[in-house]
Design a protein around this ligand. Structure first.
Ligand SMILES: NC(=O)C1=CN([C@@H]2O[C@H](COP(=O)(O)OP(=O)(O)OC[C@H]3O[C@@H](n4cnc5c(N)ncnc54)[C@H](OP(=O)(O)O)[C@@H]3O)[C@@H](O)[C@H]2O)[C@@H](O)CC1
Ligand SMILES: Nc1ncnc2c1ncn2[C@@H]1O[C@H](COP(=O)(O)OP(=O)(O)O)[C@@H](O)[C@H]1O
Ligand SMILES: [K+]
Length: 467
């Protein structure tokens, strides 16, 4: 669980924001006091009078820890600080000097029921020494409740990669902004519940956690064509196309057409089916004035017909959502093919599809941003954490979606919901974030062990929560 609609900053961006705050006249001591006080406010609630062990490192994370220790002691708690090297300069040194309670070495520190982790935060650049990591893990294991200051000590701020942080931390208070480590699966799995403390640092960024979208009711002047006509191109596996079509219908589109071979099997009566003969016929049809958005890929197949449909569709100047087989067909040529288009395009790869198209190194956010920049597409990089990136550098991240989504067809449903958003005129990362939120919320409403069709059934209720 991460705070929704919250800014996300890398370690460098956080340092820059901190510098900007200093330039506005906020002192480093003041920031550290605010950070420590914010953490102490939560810690005192969780401690419930129990003895507290505060781990304090040599940098500013340690400085925060000394402020927390001071506040908790003033609140009447029994507080012991376990230090790994005393801070030698700046505000951290001054906060250390103001600590008047007992201090012990990290090695040999006793287990206490409440543990506050202020060893290292965003300044970690290398794996923790084994001896520190082992003691830390032991203290976490022995505690009833562990709260980390800013980040669990021993993780890469920008990717969440583990650099010695143990499992079992119950909560983490992010200071000033979320960091990528709080929202990407690798890091979040070690953070526990993530809380965010505003410590008065002005933050400017285009990166946010996904929040509930504000959607509009249809008005008295609305009609089926004004609410988005979405064309879903179906192919070899017609079930996938139908699933996407039903998701677009329940996702709020005014009119949904399933385009391809005459569909067989059950489909809602309100779904309009249009048979097409070949790729030229498809291109002519999609270019029609009424069509607001095209969804292509779910169940498309990868044969020559599918390939010709993809090429014909890409040449049509309409907003387009590409998923599944369309992404596999694009393969390593994806960036070049998509960059050649004028009209906006969204792609929704899972990890395997993404790696085949773009590869790349670095954090999931970095790789998704690079793919968006290279292709000009809004990229929805799915998984346990879904990272959305736009070519303008905007990022949205959704974490903590129901793991029951790992069932066949849920990606087709997402493509349909996104088609409905795009058809209704939503753009860029906002369209994708709205679709991903609705998809995630529908999964929560569906409960355990649902299958993709049931996700569609929950969409109207999820939409109702956004009006
Ligand atoms: N940004 C903000 O707005 C605010 C930030 N604040 C706080 O500052 C924190 C960032 O502080 P920071 O930059 O001093 O780094 P921090 O995480 O304390 O670690 C640096 C120290 O650890 C050491 N060290 C590093 N890796 C190590 C390893 N593997 N093993 C052993 N040692 C290692 C490193 O040593 P060195 O690399 O120099 O040898 C250095 O001594 C941030 O998370 C937040 O809590 C708030 O106070 C107020 C507002
Ligand atoms: N473990 C998980 N936790 C949360 N969401 C998940 C998990 N696994 C998959 N998802 C979500 O479920 C959907 C699966 O999409 P995809 O892999 O394309 O499936 P399909 O091709 O079968 O439709 C994506 O939206 C993804 O983010
Ligand atoms: K920490």
């Amino acid at each position: 669980m991460i705070p929704p609609g919250a800014p996300i900053l890398t370690a460098d961006a956080m340092r820059a924001a901190e510098e900007a705050a200093f330039a506005r006249g906020i002192s480093q001591d003041e920031l550290m006091e605010r950070a420590g006080a914010a953490v102490a406010r939560e810690a005192v609630r969780f401690a419930m009078g129990r003895p507290v062990l505060v781990l304090a490192g040599p940098g500013n994370n340690g400085g925060d820890a000394y402020v927390v220790a001071r506040h908790l002691r003033q609140a009447g708690l029994d507080v012991l600080v376990a230090a790994s090297g005393a801070p030698r300069h700046g505000a951290a040194e001054r906060m250390h000097a103001r600590w008047e309670g007992p201090t012990t070495s990290l090695y040999g520190a006793p287990v206490r029921s409440v543990l506050i982790d202020g060893l290292f935060g965003t300044g970690v650049t290398r794996p923790l020494e084994r001896s520190i990591a082992a003691v830390f893990a032991e203290l976490v294991r022995g505690a009833d409740f562990t709260l980390a200051i800013d980040l669990p000590s021993g993780m890469d701020t920008d990717s969440g990669a583990e650099l010695g942080a143990p499992r079992g931390i119950d909560a983490t208070i992010a200071l000033g902004a979320l960091k990528p480590a709080h929202v990407l699966d690798d890091g979040l799995s070690r953070c526990g519940h993530v809380l965010l403390a505003d410590i008065g640092i002005p933050v400017e960024t285009g990166w946010y956690s996904v929040c509930r979208p504000a959607l509009e009711m249809p008005g008295p002047q609305s009609h089926k064509y004004s609410r988005g006509l979405v064309a879903i191109v179906e192919g070899a596996m017609p079930g996938a196309g139908r699933l996407a079509a039903r998701a677009a219908m329940a996702g709020g589109a005014g009119y949904v057409m399933l385009v391809g071979q005459t569909p067989v099997g059950p489909a809602p009566d309100a779904l309009v089916c249009r048979a097409i003969d070949d790729a030229d016929d498809l291109a002519d049809f999609l270019a029609g004035d009424r069509i607001d958005a095209v969804v292509l890929g779910p169940g498309l197949g990868r044969d020559r017909r599918a390939e010709s449909f993809l090429r014909a569709s890409l040449a049509v100047d309409k907003p387009m959502v590409l998923d599944g087989d369309a992404l596999s067909l694009l393969g390593t040529g994806a960036a070049a093919s998509l960059a050649a288009r004028e009209a906006p395009v969204w792609i929704t790869p899972h990890a395997g599809e993404f790696d085949r198209m773009f590869g790349g190194a670095g954090s999931k956010i970095d790789r998704t941003l690079e793919a968006a920049a290279a292709s000009g597409a809004t990229v929805v990089h799915k998984g346990g954490d879904t990272v959305i990136a736009g070519p303008d550098g905007s990022v949205r991240v959704l974490t903590g979606a129901s793991p029951w989504l790992s069932t066949a067809g849920t990606g087709d449903v997402l493509a349909g919901i996104l088609g409905a958003q795009v058809g209704q005129g939503s753009s860029g990362v906002d369209a994708a974030a709205a679709a991903v939120w609705l998809h995630g919320r529908a999964a929560q409403l569906a409960g355990p062990a649902f299958f993709a069709d049931q996700l569609v059934a929950e969409l109207p209720e999820a939409i109702g929560e956004c009006l």
